[in-house]
Design a protein around this ligand. Structure first.
Ligand code: ATR
Length: 275
């Protein structure tokens, strides 16, 4: 008798998560017999919930906001990227151990480079925000050998702490929003703040956008996010939301768990219309 392997996503809240739908579509497409469920887990209950899932024979978990840093501490093994980011979004249960990976950064890279044909080598990149989302993407961006990565944040100290953590990987520097150098054009501006969620319009550096700038919002919605509207109004060459990153990071997790890489293109197309 075969049993269906169990997976899930732990978040707080988690009801908005599209991961169950994405993994269901991946499983259908690749003929994998899995169950993937949303699991609402409060921060104080994370360790108990993860260990209970593991004891019950679960094979893997995604963890999302606000659990990514705490989940990394529960892992017996961390991939190099997860270790550098000190945050995980993918847990695998193997041989009684918890393996932690972070597929957010590679998900973003695949969306930028493959889906949007953005060339990152030698580019000038500006990241807005210095929270957990930035920590997951900055290492993989630096691996692409950009000319510069600048981090702008409302709270300068958080951006400076990221510079300390990542500067061994490449040229990265920190600024408050109103002091971002704008002499050189930015090829890519990534919004990694959570400001859009609350509908706020922070004082993003307007002069950083030029007609050659690709603006990417890690957030996504059926309607344009405040950042993508802001970017379009300022004449960005192109403005995209984070749907592709969402689907690509999920495909990386699926590949880690099942050893099969799903075709993301049809799933991405479906997400944008049914989300
Ligand atoms: P996440 O895991 O989504 O990155 P986080 O770690 O709480 O969440 O980080 C949120 C980021 O959005 C931070 O960079 C935060 O700026 P501060 O470090 O100054 O708090 C940024 N952010 C949230 N709301 C914002 C706003 N209204 N204006 C500017 N930045 C904002």
């Amino acid at each position: 008798m075969t049993t269906t392997d169990r997976y899930g996503v732990m978040g707080y809240p988690v009801s908005h998560s599209r991961s169950p739908l994405i993994h269901r579509l991946f499983a259908l497409q690749t003929g994998q017999d899995i169950r993937y469920e949303p699991l609402e887990v409060a921060p104080d209950d994370l360790e108990t919930a993860v260990r209970r899932f593991q004891r019950a024979g679960g094979k893997g978990l995604n963890v999302t906001v606000p659990h990514k840093a705490e989940a990394a501490k529960l892992c017996d093994q961390l991939s190099e990227r997860a270790n550098t980011a000190a945050a995980v979004n993918t847990l695998s249960f193997r041989d009684g151990e918890i393996h932690g990976e972070n597929t957010d950064g590679i998900g973003l890279l695949r969306d930028l480079v493959i889906n949007h044909a953005v060339s990152l080598e030698g580019s000038n990149i500006l990241i807005l925000g210095a929270g957990g989302a930035t920590r997951g993407i900055i290492g993989p961006l630096l691996e692409m050998q950009p000319a510069s990565v600048r981090i702008a944040n409302r709270t300068l100290g958080r951006a400076e702490a990221l510079v300390d953590r990542f500067s061994h990987l490449g040229p990265v520097s920190a600024y408050p929003f109103d002091a971002v150098p704008v002499v050189r054009k930015y090829d890519l501006i990534v919004n990694a703040t959570s400001a859009g969620v609350t509908g706020d319009a922070p004082p993003y550096p307007e002069a950083a956008v030029s007609g050659d700038t690709f603006c990417y919002d890690l957030a996504y919605g059926l309607k344009p996010t405040p950042f993508s509207e802001w970017a379009r109004e300022r004449g960005a060459a192109k403005s995209a939301m984070g749907w592709g990153m969402l689907v690509e990071q999920a495909a990386e997790s699926f590949n880690i768990w099942r050893g099969v890489r799903p075709d993301t293109e049809p799933v991405l197309r479906q997400m944008k219309v049914t989300a």
